[in-house]
Structure formats: C-alpha cells, structure tokens
Design a protein around this ligand. Sequence first.
Ligand code: HAM
Length: 421
Amino acid sequence: MSKINAPRGTADTLPADSWKWQAIEEIARQIASCYHFAEIRTPIFESTDLFHRGVGEASDIVSKETFTFNDRGGDSITLRPEGTAGVVRAAIENNLIAQEGSRSKVFYIGPNFRYERPQKGRLRQHHQFGVEAFGVAEPAQDVECILLQMDFYRRCGVQDLSLQINSLGDQESKRRYRDALVAYLSPKADQLSEDSRRRLTENPLRILDSKDPRDQAACEGAPPAGESLSDKSRAHFAAVQKLLAEAGADFTVNANLVRGFDYYTETLWEVTASGLGSQNALGGGGRYDQLVENLGGRPTPGVGFGSGLERLLLALEAQGVSLPDARKPLIWLISHGPAARDACWKLLAELRTAGFAADMDLSDRSVKAQFKMADREKAKFCLVIGDTELADASVVLKNLTTGDQTTVSRADLLETLSIAR
Ligand code: HAM
C-alpha cells in the first residue's frame, strides 16, 4: 500500500524535539503569569463570518489564505488563521469585558492555519504564543505587551532582537493615511503588481507590505503614516516611545510598517531576529480599538501580540542557543536473569511512584542489549540487579555520563538517587 504523508506545510513534533516545545511553552506561561495574564483556550475553528468581520475581508489572510469549508450541517467554518478574533469573540460571549471599565488580560498558545506557499519559517499550520489586553486605552498597556514579548524572547535566549514600531492612529488618522497613499500611488498604478492594483481600491495599506519589487519601487517616497496622525494619536505614540525608552527597550520607528490585518489602529510593532532568512518576523502586534465593537461587543479598547513558535525555535537553532532542559534524568533498570527481572519490575513501580523517570526492557533481552537500550534512550543512570544484589538487597548504580559505579543498599536507594539527580 502507498504511504500517506503529512499535508504540505505541516510539521510533526517528534519525541526527540518535544522537550524544546515544552521548554518554550513553559517560559511563555511563566512570563505571562509574571505580567498577570491568564490563559484562554478557544476553538481552532470558528464561524467564517468572525474572520470576515474581525480580521477583514480585504486582507490577504482572509481573502486568499483561509482553510474554509462547510460542515455537515451546511455552516461555513474556518480554521483560525490567527488568535485575536477568536479571543475577542470569546471575551464578548463570556462577558469578560461586559461591564463599563472592565479589564481582561489573557494569553494563549496554539495552532493557526494559513494556506500559504510553504518555505523556511512559513507553514500552513503554525503555532503562536499570544496575549490580548482589553479595556485599557492608555499607552502603558501597549508598552506592557511589548515588554512582555521582549522578555519572553530574552528568557528563551534569543539574540540580535530588533523591535520596530509605528502608528496608524485612530480611525480618522487611518482614513487620512489611506487617502494620502491612494493619492500618491494612483498616478503610478500601471507600475504596480496586479495584486497591488486591486489593493489600491480595496486595501491600499497592504501595498506597503508587498514583497514584489515593482510595488516596493512604487512605494519609495510614499508619505509616512506619522504625517496623517491626529493630535491625540500623535500624543499616544509619543507616550509609547517615552515609556519604551524609560524601560530601556531598544526600538526604531519604521514609518512604513503596516501589518496584515485590518483591525489595527494606533500602535503597531514587529520583532525580528537574525538567523531566520526572509521570514524574519518572530512576532508582531498592535492595538485594535474598534475590533470588540465591530464584533458586537461594548466599545472596548484592545492590544496584543502573536509570536510564532516555529520561528522562535528556528532562530534559537540558527543562533546556537540551547534551551533549559526540564526533562527528568532517566534511570534504566537492568537485570541478570528472571528473578532479577521480577525485582526490577517491582523496583520500577517504586521509582515511578517516588517521582523518578524510570524504564526497563520488557522483552527479555540480554544484559548487553539492555545496556545498549539504556544508551540509546540517553539514560543518565543504570540500576543493575543480578543474583548477588538479590541476595543482599542491593543494586549497582552506574552513572552513564561519568562511568562511575557503586553498590547501594535497597534501603538507601531512593535517597542516593535524589542526591545524584
Ligand atoms: P501575525 O503577524 O500574522 O499576527 O502573526 C504573528 C506571528 O506568527 C508572525 O510574526 C510569525 O512569527 C508567526 N506566523 C504567522 N504566519 C506564519 C506562518 N505561515 N508560518 C509560521 N509562522 C507564522 C497575528 O497573528 C496577530 N493575531 C497578532 C496580534 C495579536 N495582534 C494583536 N494581537
């Protein structure tokens, strides 16, 4: 029979690597808890409408990249392409932000689905650690999210981080910016790519984000977003920069930074790192002060970020950084003969009950083969039992890293192992 492969653009996390995922997820959870964000888990599929109204019909992510299908009842379902829209839906539906002045700070870790052309750092199923903070319109809330994100990368050990920020301003400023871009690019319409000619009427801000060299050339000298900001938005952005500087965060203002979703207002940011090639954005975020209202909630400001975990692992690997390994050292039990095997089986249960990671051969292999298994499974210690050890209630404890070997009485074994690990 022919074999079936994983769908294009997806990746299996194999047992040898799963500890790395656990390590970054553990760091994410710890940092989120330090900043007082609580976990939220939402479904990986939602009504298609949510993304049309939330993320924006004219965004590439919704118009070209969603996995959308009718379920058996005929409802249109979309696998989530990002986390924010679902979290906003859940916050409204569960009354997390129903009261005047209510606040909610949440984080999530989970998969997202985008039908993109796969390449290094770009998958059709990727995972994000993200946060969303609802209910605070002040610049300090933007900065808290940015600092949390940068802290996350630092704790993971990422180097060469670069933080770029920009502001699109409030709705009024955004409209002015859009008009200014259309006025600048319309006379050059015939120099733009086909996609960007369409964007000129549908979603002109996205042209700035195009990788097509024709679009990049046409955008040179385009008016920066900063020129269209209202006084209020200008003050907000200035305060964000002041707070970031006071917190000691390095950043640059990139006047042409735009991001892939229609919901953004005011502050936007993106963090890149070396070692990632062309898909170098580790994560990005921004403020979305109209999104809750657009999805049927009470007008509530919001801000947050999403950070790709596959890209984080790629960057760490490229930079040669090792993550903290929280795996318990493995103890491998080795027996000479059937009576010793029964004793090992009982000892195995005792060790596991006491919280040690332990294992043994279950298929009657030779002693040599058992030692080989211990090596292959990267055990740190072996416990060897033969006739002598059975007779005097002891075990031979061998440290496989150093090769040191001692005989320990069964009565002292758990204590000796606790010290050794
Ligand atoms: P995003 O910039 O589309 O923002 O995605 C966030 C991060 O997810 C990216 O910087 C990247 O690291 C990773 N990512 C995105 N697409 C892929 C892909 N196809 N393959 C691998 N990694 C990918 C958002 O999703 C917003 N929801 C962020 C946000 C939260 N804004 C406010 N709150």
